[in-house]
Design a protein. Structure first.
Length: 191
């Protein structure tokens, strides 16, 4: 991928030209095929990435094999097991590509160097972490206080047309319900 292509993908971050170029200098373009992983549970992550196109999910896998979708990440967002990366510990979850995807990958050691050179990057990181925190807080509230029908309505509004891109099982997992319950919910809404 050419530098100009990378730059166009990162434009929405509204970075000044100098900082945009600094980020591009440490970002490497990669493709990840559907059902492959950016990070696997148990792996000590040493990278993060910006999603150019495609969908990812953060997924916990129980020892009995049941999967729980923590979050779905669409284009224009960062993916990482950040707390595991900063603590140099194994990730508790995997990051799976839900469709063929392209990312701009950033090695954590290069990111640290960039942050140490310029305080701009600490402020940038705070903005990203604040956004992620707000998403996490909202998601927890929905799972704890709302019924499945309301969660599905919010999901549909936040991810329009996503049902054509991922399986019903993954949507059910994201909603915190069994696939059979999701099928009943959809039938109920249609009638």
């Amino acid at each position: 991928m050419e530098n100009d292509e990378k730059k166009s993908f990162l434009r929405h971050l509204n970075l000044p030209e100098k900082e945009l170029q600094e980020l591009l200098n440490i970002a490497q373009h990669h493709k990840i095929a559907k059902a492959n992983y950016f990070i696997r549970e148990g792996q000590v992550p040493r990278k993060m990435a910006f999603v150019v196109n495609g969908l990812f999910r953060y997924v916990y896998t129980h020892e009995n094999g049941n999967e729980f979708t923590k979050n779905i990440i669409a284009e224009g967002n960062f993916i990482s097991s950040y707390s595991a990366m900063i603590h140099n510990t194994p990730s508790y979850f995997s990051i799976e590509a839900l469709e063929d995807a392209e990312i701009l990958e950033i090695d954590y050691s290069n990111w640290i160097e960039l942050k140490e050179k310029d305080p701009f990057w600490n402020a940038f990181l705070v903005q990203i972490l604040e956004k992620v925190f707000c998403i996490k807080e909202k998601r927890e509230r929905e799972l704890l206080l709302l019924d499945a029908e309301k969660r599905y309505a919010i999901f549909s509004a936040e991810f329009p047309d996503i049902e054509n891109r991922i399986s019903q099982q993954i949507i059910a997992s994201y909603l915190g319900i069994q696939p059979e319950s999701f099928s009943r919910l959809k039938r109920k809404i249609k009638t």
